[in-house]
Design a protein around this ligand. Structure first.
Ligand code: ATP
Ligand code: MG
Length: 604
């Protein structure tokens, strides 16, 4: 039942049309199994007719009627033999060709399904709430939407299970009709062997497959973190620690792999032993009950049946093993799918669909009585925040570290969805506004991230190579005073900045982040501590450039350095998630003693 549940949840990922196609292909494979069985029957009949032809035994009457052989002369028996051989040969050839064609279809179909579901999952993940995205490490998410999905392996094995079960039932049904007593014995015997060995193996396999996938992801994560935190770990002399932790994860992967390999071998040995032991039992039973003659016949039948049943059982078992182990390996993906399903049901995060609006983005911002909390993980919350920014004006959000400035920015941009209250950009819900007016908003987060690529790719992030306008990139670089740095380099925009921008200074990284936000000529620019790493002079120069822009566009800045915000139209002072004061710089200064202190300290 556990197996059924695992196949079903994978099957449920397919689109309705694909489900039908999958069932059709499985049906076809079953029919092929039947052709195979028919060929075996014909060979059986052939041997009976053959022995009659050679005069060893009489042809049973029923068979003679069936084959419409009236006399027992060698002529008509010979003709029947030729006839049977031709059918058997034709059947085997047709079956083999069809089997190849069907297999090709199934493999291709399942491979496409894997791609399709991976794509769907990737899209759903990228469109999920930020909570879902931020809860997972990048390695875990990457694994879950890609390598961790084993749709084709699980469903491919399911088709094998279905067709083998059909084949086995038919075979056993036939034996039951022909040799009831022996049939029941064989059925019981192989069923016991199968279920006894399978139950243990199933559990063992699921466990090891889960360990395999989890340790794989964890190992990747540990090593990548080691690379990211190289400097800190080097100074703390903890680099070896990382290698140790990484290798212990690799050891777990290796151990689980070895176990899985071993488990896959067990059925072969179990069934081989079972066949020999079973044959001995049949022999002994027949000798005790009957004569040596019948013991020999029973043995022959047992071996004949066993040699057909056993490979089928082996295929069945290796297919169920594959389902178990690939389901275990897909657990991380299914966990993500479940979380995404939950996320969709959450009224807080369910996205409304975009109805395209054909007017210009005007840069107005409204936030009305917004509450937000991070859930059980944090006591912090935003309470009753209201903000209004008119077209072309500027707003600064200030306050102590941890007071919720970045949270407010994330809410304004639709990265986080409010628990209650309303937020709109240019009259639309933020995530819809971003879709409707793509490029209208430029954003520099507090921690700018980089692609491991060229300056060009890092400024025009997310644009395809053909779309990128080099001239615009140079303009943006000039605005942030990086033009000279890259124009003096031989490589120009092709210069590589290294993973995480490692070849740039902290301030250069920040400025490249601003250039990126400016690239699309935004109507709303949001800067979260975007100039904190710059020297006063450069900061002043860049602030001027941005302020020149801000007569045309709406600007939101978050800054600790108060000097950078004294010229904005409106200042909001946040305190533990609440708006303590808002108004012009001087008004807020008068209203909040803390702010006044800081301003005086800076000599303002
Ligand atoms: N993803 C998160 N999950 C849980 N709590 C969070 C999360 N992000 C931020 N917080 C909490 O919310 C509070 C506000 O964080 P926020 O980043 O908005 O502060 P901030 O004002 O931008 O601070 P800073 O000036 O240091 O950048 C902090 O107490 C922080 O611990
Ligand atoms: Mg912040």
């Amino acid at each position: 039942m556990d197996l059924y549940r695992k196949v079903k949840r994978t099957f449920n990922l397919l689109a309705s049309r694909s489900k039908v196609r999958f069932l059709l292909l499985t049906g076809l494979q079953m029919i092929l199994g039947l052709l195979d069985l028919l060929a075996i029957v014909i060979v059986g009949v052939f041997s009976l007719v053959g022995s009659a032809y050679l005069g060893v035994s009489e042809l049973p009457n029923s068979l003679r009627d069936f084959l419409r052989i009236t006399t027992n002369d060698t002529g008509s028996l010979g003709r029947a033999l030729v006839y049977l051989v031709s059918i058997a040969v034709a059947l085997i050839i047709t079956k083999s060709i069809l089997a190849l064609l069907v297999l090709k279809k199934i493999f291709l179909f399942l491979a496409n399904q894997n791609v399709e579901i991976s794509k769907q999952l990737g899209r759903r993940f990228m469109n999920a709430s930020y909570e879902i995205i931020s809860k997972r490490s990048s390695q875990e998410a990457t694994y879950a939407v890609g390598r961790g999905l084993h749709i084709s392996e699980i469903l491919g094995s399911a088709t094998v299970v279905i067709s083998e079960i059909t084949l086995l039932s038919l075979m056993l049904g036939m034996i039951l009709i022909l040799e009831p007593l022996l049939g029941v014995n064989i059925l019981l015997y192989f069923s016991i062997v199968y279920f006894m060995s399978q139950r243990k193996l199933d559990k063992w396999l699921s466990k090891n497959s889960l360990i395999f996938s989890q340790s794989n992801v964890k190992g990747d994560q540990i090593f990548q973190e080691g690379v990211t935190l190289y400097k800190e770990l080097y100074v703390a002399n903890r680099l070896n620690e990382i290698v140790e932790r990484f290798s212990s994860m690799r050891a777990k992967v290796a151990n689980a792999t070895a176990n899985i390999q071993l488990i896959n071998y067990i059925p072969k040995f179990t069934f081989e032993s079972a066949l020999v032991i079973g044959a001995c039992l049949v022999g002994i039973q027949s000798i005790l009950l009957d004569s040596t003659q019948s013991a020999l016949t029973s043995l022959i039948v047992f071996f004949a049946v066993g040699s057909r049943v056993m490979p089928s059982l082996l295929r069945l078992q290796s297919a169920t093993n594959a389902i178990q182990s690939f389901s275990g390996a897909s657990e991380i993906s299914f966990e993500l799918i479940e979380a995404l399903d939950q996320d969709m049901k959450d009224p807080k995060t369910s996205n409304s669909t975009l109805v395209k609006i054909d007017r210009k983005f005007d840069g107005t911002i409204r936030m009305i009585d917004v509450d937000y909390d991070y859930g059980a993980e944090s006591k912090f919350s935003i309470k009753g925040a209201s903000i209004a920014v008119s077209k072309g004006s500027s707003l600064a959000i200030v306050g102590r570290t941890g007071c919720g400035k970045s949270t407010i920015i994330n809410l304004l941009l639709g990265i986080l969805k409010p628990t209650s209250g309303e937020i709109s950009l240019s009259g639309m819900e933020p995530s819809l506004a971003i879709q409707n007016w793509s490029g209208a908003i430029g954003y520099v987060p507090q921690d700018v991230a980089f692609l491991n690529g060229s300056v060009r790719e890092n400024v025009a992030i997310g644009y395809s190579t053909q779309e990128i306008d080099d001239e615009q990139i140079w303009n943006c670089l000039e605005m942030v005073h990086l033009g000279l740095l890259f124009s003096s380099s031989e490589l120009g925009l092709d210069a590589l900045i290294g993973e995480r921008g490692i070849k740039l200074s902290g301030g250069q990284r920040q400025r490249l982040g601003i250039a990126r936000a400016l690239y699309s000529n935004p109507q709303l620019l949001v800067l979260d501590e975007a100039t904190s790493a710059l020297d006063a002079e450069t900061e002043e120069a860049i602030s001027k450039t941005i302020q020149n822009l801000s007569s045309k566009i709406t600007l939101i800045v978050v800054a600790h350095r108060i000097s950078t915000v004294q010229n904005v139209d409106q200042v909001i002072y946040l305190d533990e998630g609440q708006v303590r004061a808002k108004g012009a710089f001087a008004e807020v200064r008068a209203a909040v003693p803390d702010f006044e202190n800081q301003a005086s300290l800076m000599g303002l």
